[in-house]
Ligand binder design. Structure first.
Ligand SMILES: *[C@@H]1O[C@H](CO)[C@@H](O)[C@H](O)[C@H]1NC(C)=O
Length: 125
C-alpha cells in the first residue's frame, strides 16, 4: 500500500514536470482565424516578432518561444499551439512571403533549422 502511494506520488510529480516543460496555454483562446482574416492584426504580430513593432502580451509570449519552437519542432507546444503554428506559418509563407523572409533572416539566417520545422509543418498531429 505504501509503495503504491509512493509510486502514485512519483507519477504525479513526473506529470507535473512534463507539464511544466510546455509553453503556457494561457493564450490558447486567441482567435487565430480572426488574426489571419485581418491583415492589419496579422502584420502587427509579425512586426512584434521581428522586433520592429510593439507587442501585445500574446505577441510577447509568442516571440519568447518562436526560436525554441522552430528548433524543437514545437515539441513543447500544446496541441492547440501545434495546429495554430502550422496554420499561421503556412498562411504567412504563402500570403506574406516578404515577412516570411524577414522572419527567416531573423530566426534562422543560415537555414539550419529548416530540416526540423519543415517536417513539423507538413505533419498533422
Ligand atoms: C492565403 O490567403 C487567403 C485569403 O485570405 C486564404 O484563403 C488562404 O488560406 C491563405 N493561404 C494559406 C496557406 O493559409
Amino acid at each position: 500500500m505504501k509503495l503504491l502511494v509512493i509510486s502514485m506520488l512519483l507519477a504525479v510529480a513526473t506529470l507535473a514536470l512534463a507539464e511544466e516543460s510546455k509553453y503556457t496555454d494561457r493564450y490558447d483562446n486567441v482567435n487565430i482565424d480572426e488574426i489571419l482574416n485581418n491583415r492589419r492584426l496579422l502584420v502587427a504580430y509579425v512586426k512584434c516578432i521581428l522586433e520592429t513593432g510593439r507587442c501585445t502580451a500574446e505577441g510577447k509570449e509568442l516571440k519568447k518561444h518562436i526560436k525554441d519552437g522552430m528548433q524543437t519542432a514545437c515539441s513543447k507546444c500544446t496541441q492547440w499551439q501545434r495546429q495554430g503554428a502550422r496554420k499561421v506559418v503556412k498562411h504567412i509563407r504563402e500570403n506574406e512571403s516578404e515577412y516570411w523572409q524577414q522572419m527567416l533572416t531573423k530566426y534562422d539566417p543560415n537555414g539550419e533549422f529548416k530540416s526540423i520545422y519543415e517536417p513539423f509543418l507538413e505533419s498533422d498531429d
